[in-house]
Design a protein around this ligand. Sequence first.
Ligand code: DC
Length: 213
Amino acid sequence: MIIITIDGPAGAGKSTTAKKIAQELNINFLDTGALYRAIGLILAKSEVRPEFLYEALNDINININKSGVYVNDFDVTKEIRTPEVDELASKYSALSEVRNALLNIQREQAKKASLIAEGRDLGSVVFPDADFKFYLTASPESRAQRRYNERIQRGETANYDEILQAIKSRDEHDLHREISPLKIPDNAIFIDNSNMSEQEVINFIIDKVRGSI
Ligand code: DC
């Protein structure tokens, strides 16, 4: 069993990279941002008051698998990818109750089978003993450009300047929150992919993993 973690800021390409590595190595893939997105969405929708947060979280059942993300059996796979949910996830992920509730869900996934997980605090907090830790980043401008291209390819409208601003504000929030801020985990291999193709990053990570096992 192996655990591989990829941490890094929004839009660095962690998800697509990790998904392809999972296929190549034939291991499971866990997108932890999707968990924070699902929780943010449901808490905002149900307008939970802060004093009832703990109880509300106990009643939320999140299930993430190959076909999508489900909250209490509702399919939220598409709904969690909107710019509004970008903000909600970032906001709710700063709360310790939310982070604690998700900690066990994430660790459970690694008990079942080998896993590549991506997020913000996987190498530092969730899986500090991971076999391989990577930190994937790129300049805010190249991350914004990729997000812009993705939205256009999906046939959506997009504004580069707005995306860049949103990325910078999420970075600010993710880097400076008190609990589990985004940081480079101890022993993580740092990759700046501003000038690398997706395939180059995938090959680099797979070479590292295969070279050591
Ligand atoms: O990777 P993403 O954009 O889907 O993540 C959505 C939000 O969730 C992001 O603003 C920060 C938060 N997050 C987190 O705090 N810890 C993680 N391990 C993953 C995501």
